[in-house]
Design a binder for this molecule. Structure first.
Ligand code: NAD
Length: 437
């Protein structure tokens, strides 16, 4: 099939490369000329494991091309995916649909024969109707079907998730789109990947419900972690104990600094706004958003408490900046609020992240960057493990202790065992694991 994808970010690029790998002919389009120039040169503008090889192979095979020419890409395609950003609208938290609207206009103007237009971006319920309206307005004669096909991939494991999804949700109102979508996903479909057809609005709602539920699960265990600290419990054992129950499941029960990233914060907020617009209170989601917001700065205060109540003129080393490992994505990372809290309280902050430092430099002022974990530990009064990159999992703790001014570790991901840190002579604080009262 001939597929064009508007938006070559985390989702557009990964989807494009994977569709090409399925054997389709794919054009990845973006308005960002620099991004497309880099892609044409074989450079990958984001960090996503395995993506460079997948892009190189499929480009070499002639199945994957890059372009800034929306008109040509749209006119040439049987299926067009919209994978542009839908960030939080400044001021009110609704999903900002400006990019989706402008992509829809471009598609409407350039469309030729019957075309299936697929919204892969995360968009509020009813957006499919809006995309349809915009296309019809700019091109009343156009023959097309608008489909909702939300994406569930996780950054850092995006290719694996795309190629082995738990489910593929396809929401449609026009039956002509069904065989087209079956062909697009044929390789997965043959592989028993569950393809679930629903109405378009239901598909849009599935995406937000999934993200809100996962955000709620994380937030739940984070609150239980706080309780564990007060009553003398171990949140990891609690998580294991409840997660073994199949009705609950063990995933997304890791206590930590709160959820962040480019999806959960904006999607939970957008779902709340939808609830308000339709006069349906979503109190659990509301509580989730508010508890998580508080938590990020609370983690900064946790570091201050670990440092004896003050960080003024102290040096705090941060290990990890991105919202999770194996990505360079810094959008809404908990590290941002933690750093701000520490700076507000007079600390000097030095940080190291294997992939996120370029993006972090653009977002944070007033901190220094180190060359690696040991560099950041040198002379520090406290080391804070924020993101669980593999390279932070087996640090030489004796070396860390010998480098630090005060050997003190705040482990916001519970990577280390209390006894091994103690053996290295490091004062240790983790999340939800105060074993004794
Ligand atoms: P991104 O910001 O990385 O990429 C969006 C790209 O779209 C940018 O490169 C931008 O230049 C381009 N763009 C904007 N308008 C365009 C237009 N009219 N034509 C062509 N290109 C245009 O965003 P992302 O992280 O890939 O997310 C895209 C969507 O997918 C969002 O709705 C997001 O919520 C959703 N999503 C993201 C993830 C994730 O892990 N990042 C996972 C699932 C769903």
């Amino acid at each position: 099939m001939r597929i064009s994808i508007l938006g070559s970010g985390y989702v557009g690029l990964v989807s494009g490369a994977c569709f090409a790998d399925f054997g389709h002919f794919v054009t990845c389009v973006d308005l960002d000329e620099k991004k497309i120039e880099r892609l044409k040169r074989g450079e990958i503008p984001i960090y996503e494991p395995g993506l460079d090889a997948l892009v190189a192979d499929n480009s070499a095979a002639g199945r994957l091309t890059f372009s800034t020419d929306v008109n040509a890409a749209v006119a040439d395609a049987e299926v067009i995916f919209i994978a542009v950003g839908t960030p939080s609208r400044r001021g009110d938290g609704h999903a900002d649909l400006a990019y989706v609207a402008s992509a829809s206009e471009m598609i409407g103007r350039a469309m030729k024969d019957f075309t299936v237009v697929v919204t892969k971006s995360t968009v509020p319920v009813g957006t499919g109707d809006e995309v349809e309206r915009i296309i019809r307005k700019v091109n009343p004669a156009a023959d097309f079907a608008v489909v909702s096909n939300p994406e569930f991939l996780r950054e850092g494991a995006a290719i694996e998730d795309f190629k082995r999804p738990d489910r593929i949700v396809v929401g449609l109102e026009d039956e002509r789109a069904r065989p087209v979508m079956e062909s697009v996903y044929r390789p997965l479909y043959l592989n028993q990947g569950p393809l679930m057809f629903t109405g378009r609005r239901t598909a849009e709602l599935i995406k937000y419900s999934a993200n809100a539920f996962l955000a709620m699960k994380i937030t739940f265990i984070n609150e239980i972690a706080d309780l564990c600290e007060k009553v003398g419990g171990d949140v990891q054992a609690v998580a294991r104990g409840i997660g073994l129950d199949n009705r609950i499941g063990s995933k997304f029960l890791h206590a930590g600094p709160g959820y962040g990233g480019s999806c959960f914060p904006k999607d939970t907020l957008a779902l709340l706004k939808t609830g308000q617009d339709y006069d349906v209170p979503l109190r659990l989601v509301e509580a989730t958003v508010s508890v998580n917001d508080n938590r990020k700065r609370a983690m900064g205060r946790k570091v201050i408490a670990a440092c004896g109540g003050s960080v003024r003129d102290k040096t705090i080393g941060l290990l990890g900046l991105t919202f999770k490992p194996n990505t360079d994505d810094m959008r809404d990372a908990p590290s941002l609020a933690i750093i701000q809290t520490l700076l507000d309280h007079g600390a000097r902050v030095r940080a190291y992240d294997p992939e996120g430092m370029d993006a972090a430099r653009a977002l944070i002022e007033g901190i220094e960057f180190g060359a690696d974990a040991y560099d950041v530990a040198e002379g520090a009064d406290c080391l804070v493990l924020v993101t669980e990159w593999n390279q932070f999992r087996s640090l030489d703790l004796s070396r860390v202790a010998s480098l630090m001014k005060t050997p003190r570790l705040v482990d916001l991901r519970n990577i280390y065992r209390t006894d091994e840190v103690a053996r290295a002579g490091i004062e240790y604080t983790s999340v939800g694991r105060r074993a004794e009262l």
